[in-house]
Design a protein around this ligand. Structure first.
Ligand SMILES: [Zn+2]
Ligand SMILES: [Zn+2]
Length: 90
C-alpha cells in the first residue's frame, strides 16, 4: 500500500475526495484557508508564508508589513550602540 498522503497544514491523512493541491503540496479542502481570518482560499488568492501558513491577500500583506517592521526594529536596536552622526548640510 502506498503511504497515505498528508495535509501540509494539519499533517493528517488526506483522502482523494478531500484533497487540494497547491504550491506542490497537499491540503485538505477544509484546511486551505487564511490562518488569520479563516476565509476559504482559492489557489489564485492564496499566499504561503515562510512558515507554511496560508493567508489571503489582505492578511499576507499585513504579515509582510509586520515582519518588515520587526526587522526594522531589530535593526534599530542593533544600531543603538553606534552613536548617531548628524550631518547638517549648509
Ligand atoms: Zn489538513
Ligand atoms: Zn485573511
Amino acid at each position: 500500500m502506498p503511504p497515505a498522503e498528508k495535509c501540509a497544514l494539519c499533517v493528517k491523512n488526506v483522502y482523494r475526495a478531500e484533497q487540494f493541491q497547491c504550491f506542490g503540496l497537499l491540503y485538505h479542502v477544509n484546511c486551505f484557508r487564511c490562518a488569520e481570518c479563516k476565509q476559504a482560499l482559492r489557489v489564485e488568492k492564496a499566499n504561503r508564508s515562510k512558515t507554511g501558513e496560508l493567508y489571503c491577500k489582505v492578511h499576507f500583506k499585513l504579515l509582510e508589513e509586520r515582519q518588515k517592521r520587526k526587522m526594522e526594529e531589530e535593526e534599530n536596536n542593533n544600531n543603538c550602540t553606534i552613536p548617531a552622526q548628524i550631518i547638517i548640510e549648509p
